[in-house]
Write a protein that binds this ligand. Structure first.
Ligand code: GSH
Length: 254
């Protein structure tokens, strides 16, 4: 997988017959779909795009130009992480990632809905610090408390049970990024052990899920990307090693 982000003027790589996900390496919504593709052990190509200088062809896969978009057949795509993930779960049922109980599926959607307040507080804290007010941190902690309560009430390793499911893969990319906030000087957004024991146990369990491990990034990496974006120059290719090449060893002087 190349970590290079394609930009305006770059050619669309040839379709290889596999599912193809258009993403951006640091996008939490795209990560949701990567995790589901990984959990299903599907073969797929991942194409990263520069969101500040988008290749023209992205609009033929994603009319709003957003990622993720999934090309499920050559030239045919759907977009939006939730839409993609439900499609993948229904099209490739093994392992099933949603409950067979309609009420549980409804409750899972409600957790995601209520957690959105914490997500939006995170965006303010990470990218728009001048708009921070005490309410931002309050909303963030309300979201975390609610999630922790649900984890405790369900009393299972993951929200979906003893294996992670769609609800877990939907929330995880944000939890992963929340851990970067203290490194960005936002200490009031720390997930403290004495308050969030059950939530931190859940976070540890999620970190060790194979589908997550294969794609997740450390808090300091997220912090570094965030800082570059805040400065107005997002370093999309900071993980790309394709240009780092080996210097030829100098010839020894005779
Ligand atoms: N609701 C969408 C949100 C996707 C989204 O906002 N993606 C961002 C990147 S993290 C994006 O594509 N931004 C580029 C743009 O809005 O032009 C989803 O769940 O897929």
């Amino acid at each position: 997988m190349s970590e290079k982000h394609l930009k305006s003027g770059d050619a669309l790589p040839p379709f290889t017959g596999k599912l193809r996900l258009f993403a951006m390496r640091f996008c939490p919504y795209a990560e949701r779909s990567v995790l589901v593709l990984n959990a299903k052990k599907l073969e797929y190509d991942l194409i990263f795009i520069d969101l500040d200088n988008k290749p023209e062809w992205i609009y033929s896969f994603s009319p709003k130009g957003t990622v993720p978009a999934l090309e499920y057949e050559e030239g045919k795509a759907i977009f939006d992480s939730n839409v993609i993930n439900v499609y993948l779960d229904e099209k490739y049922p093994e392992p099933p990632l949603q409950s067979s109980d309609p009420l549980r599926r409804a409750q899972d959607k409600l957790i995601v809905e209520l957690f959105a307040a914490a997500q939006s507080a995170y965006y303010t804290a990470a990218f728009n610090a001048q708009a921070l007010t005490p309410t931002t941190a309050e909303n963030y902690h309300k979201g975390l408390e609610l999630l922790q309560k649900e984890i405790e009430a369900r009393n299972t390793t993951y929200l979906s049970g003893d294996q992670p499911g769609l609800v877990d893969y939907t929330l995880w990319p944000f939890l992963e990024r929340f851990l970067a906030l203290p490194l960005l000087g936002k200490s009031e957004f720390t997930i403290e052990q004495d308050k969030y024991g059950a939530l931190l146990k859940y976070i540890e369990a999620m970190k060790n899920v194979a589908a997550v491990k294969a794609y997740s990034l450390a808090p300091d990496t997220h912090a570094k990307f965030t800082e570059s974006r805040v400065k107005g120059n997002p370093d999309y290719n900071m993980l790309d090693t394709s240009n780092v090449c080996c210097m030829r060893p100098r010839k020894k002087k005779e």
